[in-house]
Design a protein around this ligand. Structure first.
Ligand SMILES: NC(=O)c1ccc[n+]([C@@H]2O[C@H](COP(=O)([O-])OP(=O)(O)OC[C@H]3O[C@@H](n4cnc5c(N)ncnc54)[C@H](O)[C@@H]3O)[C@@H](O)[C@H]2O)c1
Length: 403
């Protein structure tokens, strides 16, 4: 029987609701014991949501087969959930096994390192960090403390199709996999420019790390690395653009990219192009992940195998090879697959790593940060020099405060 992981949620803004529901949905494996936010109204709202969510689940489960779950949800009313405004205090005073970070990117590293040093497992929102240096500090702090680090993009890999594609690619059935391409565009989907109600930090690179690549590209980069068997980036070349209409007219600082194109070479010889925008005037372009192998390809989730044959002349001499791509059903493994919260909870209770762990998050962050550094320098950068130069990407702007 696995241990019920005691969770403290840090950050109670917009995305925290999914953390509350994510853990309440696994009553046998998780118990939310504390919530923390510097803003009182936010922490109170999520606190009330944990208690009401547990109560309504308990009520609904009474009638059904989930009687054991009902009892666990009902316990919330007696045990309560503690409220904190300072996560260091929460780490000191609260009996926790893990923290769940629903914080803006600029707080991911300090909160992860503090939690790891306090011996707590960490589930962190995406993007894992603003810079590769921060991501490496987070990974190293968790490894040194012997705690697990998961970050939110795991949801892009935890399904039978992703598992089957990765298996196909890494087992060699697709032949030599030499190249991949990822395209992902929104027409108008810039937080706080075209879509409102997001945190002030989204458009300010010092706090967010970057724009579209850190917000939306991060998911598909994560999935593409998973599908390719987690290759290590070696060099990165990127361009970035901001200037789409309508212009941003708000008063906050907006210095993040709206489009990015990136070319990555991996140490194993594969390469990949990533094209991502959260405001693009592009229609009719196929979007998704495309993987090129010597024996076939994946066009999104469809497998195509090359089944050509030779034309011969009357004497049986080979004349011309007629290549032919045949869509081929992909054998899917039996489920069920865990969701990203359950994947993290299972890792806390075992020797396994979460699917999107610190090592994967570090590679994704190297690509994102490397792309924007390369765009700034106007040349390709190696991952080695990224760690020396990425401080050039942005300097904090004095006097700009996040509420
Ligand atoms: N909003 C979304 O749709 C969405 C979706 C998926 C992932 N995410 C990711 O989730 C993370 C959070 O995003 P959000 O939209 O919820 O942001 P948000 O600004 O709505 O919420 C962040 C919360 O963190 C709190 N906070 C900031 N510093 C703190 C500190 N030192 N200690 C305690 N609390 C602190 C803020 O007061 C705020 O309540 C980001 O990394 C984001 O990329 C957001």
């Amino acid at each position: 029987m696995s241990k019920r992981i005691k969770i403290g949620i840090i950050g109670c803004g917009m995305v925290a609701g999914s953390h509350v529901n994510g853990y309440l949905d696994h009553p046998q494996h998780a118990e939310i014991v504390a919530v923390c936010d510097t803003v009182e109204a936010n922490v109170k709202r999520r606190h009330a949501e944990v208690l009401s969510g547990a109560a309504s689940r308990a009520e609904a489960a009474k009638a059904g087969a989930e009687k054991a779950d009902a009892a666990l949800w009902a316990e919330y009313a007696n045990n309560g959930v503690k409220i904190f405004s300072d996560y260091n205090e929460m780490l000191r005073e609260c009996d926790l096994d893990a923290v769940s970070l629903a914080l803006p990117p600029f707080v991911h590293e300090p909160a992860t390192v503090a939690a790891a040093q306090a011996g707590k497992h960490v589930f962190c929102e995406k993007p894992m960090a603003r810079t590769a240096t921060e991501a490496r500090n987070m990974r190293d702090a968790c490894d040194a403390a012997g705690v697990k680090l998961a970050y939110q993009s795991g949801g892009t890999c935890l399904d039978p199709t992703s598992y089957a594609i990765r298996d196909y690619v890494t087992s060699g059935k697709l032949g030599d996999v030499y190249y991949g391409r990822l395209t992902s565009y929104r027409v108008r989907g810039r937080p706080n420019v075209d879509m409102f109600g997001y945190g002030r930090w989204f458009l300010h690179s010092v706090y967010s790390g970057g724009g579209t690549i850190y917000d939306t590209g991060v998911y598909l980069i994560n999935r593409s690395l998973y599908l390719l068997g987690s290759p290590q980036p070696a060099t990165i070349s990127g361009i970035a653009y901001r200037g789409m209409l309508p212009e941003y007219t708000g008063e906050e600082i907006n210095d993040v990219e709206e489009h990015v194109s990136v070319f990555v070479r991996f140490t194993n010889g594969m390469s990949f192009t990533y094209e991502n925008g959260w405001s693009s005037n592009m229609a009719g372009q196929p979007q998704g992940i495309f993987i090129f192998g010597a024996k076939g390809s994946f066009s999104n989730d469809k497998l195509f195998l090359e089944k050509g044959e030779w034309d011969t002349d009357d004497q049986g001499n080979r004349r011309r090879y007629q290549g032919n791509l045949v869509e081929t059903p992909l054998a899917l493994p039996d489920g069920p697959f865990p969701d990203k919260f359950r994947d993290f909870l299972d890792a806390c209770n075992s020797d396994a790593q979460p699917v999107s762990n610190g090592d994967v998050g570090l590679k994704v962050t190297e690509i994102m940060s490397g792309a924007l550094l390369s765009a700034k320098l106007g040349r390709e950068v190696s991952v080695e020099e990224l760690y020396e130069l990425e401080g050039l990407r942005a300097e904090p702007i004095p006097g700009w405060h996040i509420p």
